[in-house]
Design a protein around this ligand. Structure first.
Ligand code: UDP
Length: 270
């Protein structure tokens, strides 16, 4: 058993039961009403492999500050996150808040890093990964990058995130079921991606279903990741804003989040 997984490890007072029975007990903290798993990157990868080995469906959320603010006004999204099998700390904002509230977390476990690691593991182990989301052509370009970077990466499907008609949805669901991937990465932004996964989780039966936001834009080269120094100083949001001013509404949630933390304002109903 890994350190940090022993019973009796200091966990926050309020722990909400996970939707899928976890393969191991995953400790979590209570971030003002949002459950965040107390995991580092290495532990997360082991847990995801255990999910895959179990063959049962699991919803994985990569939580950032904007998600916390969205959760305040969206009870459905709030419930989905708090019932997910795993909620990783995606952003420096979440790490800052956890430290401020006296329940520090070890490191960022971001969706884009996890998605890349899963592609690398797919090349090693051969399991299937399905990309759903982003503008037309982007998921395919992202898959190409991963195949080049990790020869043998078994990306079994790529579909853009604008399958809005009932016929398109039916075709998409049938394709995922037929291809039986171990991992389904859904990149349609918060909270759309998590709601879509939650709605189809049992029907699809994919062991790891994870919302990954703008990850395919990054993999395909359409969006660049902030330089490491900016990531380390918690300035990724500034870099994204400069790259894409449409991100303003997401960035605008940051002061709201900061204030919620400083005032210790809990999510409604928590
Ligand atoms: N997107 C999509 N379908 C939609 C709306 C958005 O596939 O109906 C995609 C969009 O093209 C982009 C991603 O979802 O690739 C959203 O990325 P963002 O970085 O905004 O996600 P978040 O910050 O919410 O994690």
């Amino acid at each position: 058993m890994l350190p940090g997984y022993v019973d009796g490890a200091p966990v926050a007072p309020r722990i909400v039961a996970a939707l899928s029975v976890p393969v191991r007990t995953i400790p979590s903290i209570d971030l003002l009403g949002m459950r965040i798993s107390r995991v580092n990157r290495a532990e997360t990868l082991e847990i995801l492999q255990e999910f895959i080995n179990s063959g049962k469906p699991h919803l994985v959320v990569t939580a950032d500050a904007s998600g916390h603010v969205i959760a305040a006004g969206d009870p459905e999204y709030r419930r989905i996150v708090n019932e997910a099998a795993l909620v990783t700390p995606d952003s420096t904002g979440i790490l800052w808040a956890a430290r401020k509230l006296g329940t520090p977390l070890e490191e960022r476990v971001s969706g884009v890093d996890l998605a890349e690691q899963l592609c690398a593991e797919s090349a090693r182990r051969g399991y299937g990964v399905y990309f759903y989301g982003a503008a037309p052509g982007v998921a395919e370009a992202a898959a190409e990058t991963m195949r080049k970077r990790y020869p043998g990466a078994n990306i079994v499907g790529t579909v853009d995130g604008f399958q809005n008609s009932p016929e398109q949805q039916a075709a998409l669901l049938a394709d995922i079921k037929a291809k039986r991937p171990a991992v389904l990465l859904v990149a349609m932004g918060i909270p759309k991606q998590e709601k879509w996964i939650r709605q189809h989780l049992e029907e699809l039966g994919v062991p790891v279903c994870m919302g990954v936001g703008g990850t395919f834009d990054v993999f395909s080269g359409r969006a660049k990741r902030a330089p490491l120094w900016m990531q380390r100083h918690g300035l990724e949001w500034l870099y994204r804003l400069i790259q894409n001013p449409k991100k303003y509404s997401k960035v605008a949630t940051l002061p709201v989040f900061t204030l919620r933390v400083l005032l210790r304002r809990r999510l409604p109903g928590s």
